[in-house]
Structure formats: structure tokens, C-alpha cells
Design a protein around this ligand. Structure first.
Ligand code: 173
Length: 500
């Protein structure tokens, strides 16, 4: 529709830079957002900052491409901006940006990444501060976030020998779909903060390597862009934040089903977003203390961008809603964010098709236990009730997974597969699609070796007796710090750690 409108000069747009008349440019088109200012979920200040200017760079990571066109009535779409009138202001790089560019130029070649931690080190060194803060942050004191890693280290292997492990196969079925490994890419928001192609890096790598991707509700790319980037018959799941306006949720779910999404993962651990203080501190810098003090902005931007854009999530969601979801879709329904056996049993009894034992990457309630720690109690209680093993009720785990050994521990204890979120974000933030492919290849190498070393030829041989969980729930025991290792360990060259 915008195509038929007259071409506007950038000078004309520049005149409209006040609350009384506010125009912005996004992707080469001008929009009149004056009446939308107070309805913007991220607050009016941030739009006013770009009043009369091109807002594309700020807009892109935190909005799906069609957000502006679908939220504004057609008469507010003013028309294309004449590119010859747009004067590229010379970009003033901040000291931080200059340092980052320097570090990006000298980042280690991809081949030097030997494990998933390495991507995190490179991402930390090269990501813009805001993106690093958003991705890496976790709730409060980040105790749960750290324990998500530590919990895997409280499980020890009891490997078996002499089993002819010439051939090992770690492929598996997830909710009836083939997966090259018992790992899926779990949903994480705002992919374009890390890389201009955002979630498409994951989609393309997943398609090439037979890995299933869970599409987030709050992706930077639009849902259809992601699906369209998939190869023939690529399997997708979808993560759902439930809107207070159920009609909107129904539309999203039914559209996903129509486009072939194979399962719906409803997030149940975020009636309100946790406090991620690392992220919140960034926003202070962004808008400045003086702007914060004014009171005409309805949204409290001190809470960070994630909180602002999550205001649509319904804290009223309850068990009573499950039958409604059943009535609007035939997709399997999985509850993502179960944290105790009682709720696992309720989910099975409510007719759900599975659960994800997850604390949302440590980003919600701090000092909750990790998914892997909860897994044995969930399996025990389901088993007592005749609900495990059950091909119609799958258990997934996420949080802190960085190694194939982590995955094998979860599978041994009864998980069908585990979700990996941050590690893949860091891989594409540092190296784009190639980074994600490399991460998958690293995991494949680790699976091959570790399957051999534990004596399991296929996933059905990865059984509980292969692990010792006797210290799993003891939060006070850990491996004593190995000073010899610390003293001698050499971090990857070039991945300089950012000073706090
Ligand atoms: O963990 C998150 O950051 C998250 O789930 C989220 C929720 C709403 C908006 C953005 C991100």
C-alpha cells in the first residue's frame, strides 16, 4: 500500500520531531507515530529520540519486521523516503564500539573453537555491551544460572566396557520427529541483538544438520520469515507466551499449526519477567538519568527492554486454560518451565504431551533448582503413578547444557532431549550461521566419543545405571578447586575477557 504513496524527502521527515508531530523512518519508509507514542510497549521516549530520523537500527533487533506496518493504521504509512535526500551522518563511534570493532577484527578463527564455551568467550569479547548484557544476564544474584552448570558436574558417569562400540548412533526421535541428536535449539528472544540475520542463523544451520528449532514468540525475525528459511520438511516447534488477549494467542497458534509447526511449548514460568540486573543497568545508560526522572512515560524503562516488551504476557494463565489450548490446536502441548514433581504430575494428568524441566536459563526466580536436578524426582513420582515411561508424555530439560556429556546425563535419567539456548546464540553472535554449524559439529564429535566411552551404542542404551547421582541434590559439595589446573590453563588466544 505504501508503494502508491508519494515519495517524501528526509528533510520533510526531519521537521516532525516533537510529541505534537512525530514521524520516523523504518526500512526506507516514513511513518507518523504521533498517536502511537503512548501506546508503544517500549515507551514514548525511545521513539521521540528518533523523531524525524531513521530509527531502523534501533528498531530491528527488538521488533519483528512487520510490527510497525501491522500496528499503525494505513493512513499513518506516509510513503517511501527518497534515498537521495538521506544524508548519512558520519558515524561517531564510541570508545566501546571502537574497542569492540578491534576485538571483532582479531577474533580467533572459527577452527580454534574447540567447545561450546569458546563461543561464549568470543561473544563476550565482541558483542555490543547491550546485547551481551541481555543474553548473558540472569535473575538477581545469578545463583540459579551458575548452578545450572554446576548441577551437571554433580553427576558422575559409571561407564561400561567391552561392548564393541565401533558404531555408535546418537540420533533420536523427539515428539515423533527424527533428530540428529537428543538436543533441540530452544527459544531465545531478540536474535538480531547478536547478529543482523538473527534467528535465521539458527534456522539455516538446523536445516542442514537435522536439528529441531523452537521458534520464540519474541524473535527478532518474523515467524513466517523463519519458517520460509527452512528446508523442505524441516521440523519446527514453537514457544508461546500467552497474551492477555486470547484472540491474539489463538491466531498465532493456529497460524503456526497451518505453517506446519509440530509442537507448542507454552512458557509457564514467566507470569512476570525476573529482574536481570545486568540488563537493567544497560537501560539506565541508554536513556540517561534525566530522562528517567520525567513522569510522562507510562512504561518504567528502568526495568529493561525485555520487561517493556513482555507486558502483554498474561499472569492469569492457569491450569484451567489447558482445555482451551486443546480446543484450538491439534499440536502436542508441552509446558515449558516445570520445576517440581507435583506440577509434572498435574501436567500429565491434565493431558499435556510433555514438560520442560527448566528455570528459564536462571532468568526468572533465583535459587530455584536446575532442570537436571529435578529430573530424578519427576521420573520417580511419574513412575509411581504409572505415568513413566510413557511415549505420550515426554520430559525435556534445559539450562546450562554445554557438553554432550551433559546431554547424555539427562538422557540417562529419563529425558527425551535437552534444549540449548545461549550456547547457540553465542555461536551465531560470534560467527553467524557457520558458528552454529560448528557448534553442532562439536557436539556431534563429543557425542561420538562419549557414547563410546560410556559404552552405549544408541540412545536406548543410555540408561540410569550409567550415572551416579548421589550428590546431585547436595548443593554444598563440589569438586575442590583445582589450583594446578587454574594456574596452568590457557584461555583461548584473542578472546580477551571484557573488564567489568
Ligand atoms: O528470558 C527472556 O528474556 C524472555 O523470555 C523474554 C520475555 C519477554 C520479552 C523478551 C524476552
Amino acid at each position: 500500500m505504501t508503494q502508491q504513496k508519494p515519495v517524501i524527502s528526509a528533510a520533510e521527515v526531519a521537521k516532525h520531531n516533537t510529541r505534537e508531530s512525530c514521524w520516523i523512518i523504518v526500512h526506507g519508509h516514513a511513518y507518523d507515530v504521533t498517536e502511537f507514542l503512548d501506546d508503544h510497549p517500549g515507551g514514548s521516549k525511545i521513539i521521540l529520540k528518533y523523531g524525524g530520523k531513521d530509527a531502523t537500527e534501533e528498531y530491528d533487533p527488538i521488533h519483528p519486521p512487520d510490527a510497525i506496518t501491522s500496528n499503525l493504521p494505513p493512513e499513518k504509512h506516509l510513503g517511501p523516503v527518497d534515498p537521495s535526500t538521506v544524508k548519512e551522518a558520519p558515524k561517531e563511534l564510541t570508545a566501546e564500539q571502537k574497542q569492540r570493532e578491534e576485538r571483532s577484527r582479531f577474533k580467533p578463527p572459527l577452527d580454534e573453537c574447540l567447545n561450546l564455551h569458546d563461543f561464549e568467550a568470543v561473544a563476550k569479547a565482541t558483542l555490543p555491551d547491550k546485547a551481551w548484557a541481555y543474553y548473558s544476564s540472569a535473575a538477581d544474584d545469578e545463583i540459579t544460572h551458575r548452578d545450572n552448570r554446576a548441577a551437571f558436574q554433580r553427576i558422575w558417569f559409571r561407564p561400561r566396557i567391552l561392548r564393541d562400540v565401533t558404531r555408535v548412533d546418537w540420533s533420536t526421535m523427539i515428539l515423533g520427529h527424527k533428530s540428529s541428536m537428543p538436543v533441540y535449539i530452544t527459544a531465545t528472544a531478540l536474535g538480531k541483538l547478536g547478529h543482523p540475520d538473527g534467528e535465521l542463523n539458527l534456522t539455516r544451520a538446523a536445516g542442514k544438520h537435522g536439528v529441531i528449532q523452537m521458534i520464540p514468540t519474541l524473535a527478532s525475525c518474523s515467524f513466517d520469515e523463519i519458517i520460509d528459511a527452512g528446508v523442505q520438511d524441516q521440523v519446527f516447534f514453537m514457544q508461546l507466551y500467552v497474551n492477555k488477549d486470547r484472540a491474539k494467542t489463538k491466531k498465532i497458534v493456529q497460524h503456526a499449526e497451518k505453517r506446519g509447526v509440530k509442537a507448542l511449548f507454552i512458557t509457564v514460568d514467566a507470569p512476570q519477567l525476573g529482574r536481570r540486573e545486568k540488563d537493567m543497568r544497560m537501560k539506565f545508560e541508554d536513556v540517561g538519568a534525566a530522562v528517567q526522572a520525567k513522569s510522562d512515560d507510562k512504561v518504567d524503562r528502568n526495568q529493561g527492554a525485555a520487561r517493556a516488551i513482555s507486558s502483554f504476557i498474561d499472569p492469569g494463565l492457569s491450569w484451567n486454560d489447558i482445555p482451551w489450548f486443546r480446543s484450538i490446536t491439534k499440536m502436542p502441548i508441552i509446558l515449558k518451565g516445570v520445576q517440581c514433581w507435583e506440577d509434572a504430575v498435574l501436567a500429565a494428568e491434565a493431558g499435556c504431551d510433555g514438560i520442560v524441566l527448566s528455570n528459564h536459563g536462571g532468568r526468572q526466580l533465583d535459587t530455584t533448582r536446575s532442570g537436571i536436578e529435578i529430573l530424578p524426582e519427576v521420573v520417580d513420582e511419574l513412575r509411581k503413578r504409572g505415568l513413566f515411561p510413557n511415549p505420550k508424555f515426554s520430559i525435556f530439560v534445559d539450562g546450562g547444557v554445554r557438553r554432550a556429556t551433559d546431554v547424555l546425563k539427562a538422557v540417562a535419567l529419563g529425558a527425551t532431549a535437552v534444549g540449548v539456548g545461549r550456547a547457540f546464540i553465542y555461536a551465531f553472535s560470534a560467527y553467524g550461521q557457520e558458528g552454529v554449524e560448528k557448534a553442532v559439529n562439536i557436539l556431534n564429535d563429543e557425542f561420538e566419543m562419549n557414547m563410546r566411552l560410556i559404552g552405549a551404542r544408541n540412545i536406548s542404551e543410555v540408561v540410569p545405571s550409567l550415572v551416579d547421582t548421589s550428590s546431585l541434590s547436595l548443593h554444598v559439595t563440589t569438586v575442590p578447586e583445582d589450583r594446578l589446573y587454574r594456574g596452568n590453563y590457557e584461555a583461548m588466544r584473542g578472546a580477551a575477557v571484557r573488564e567489568i
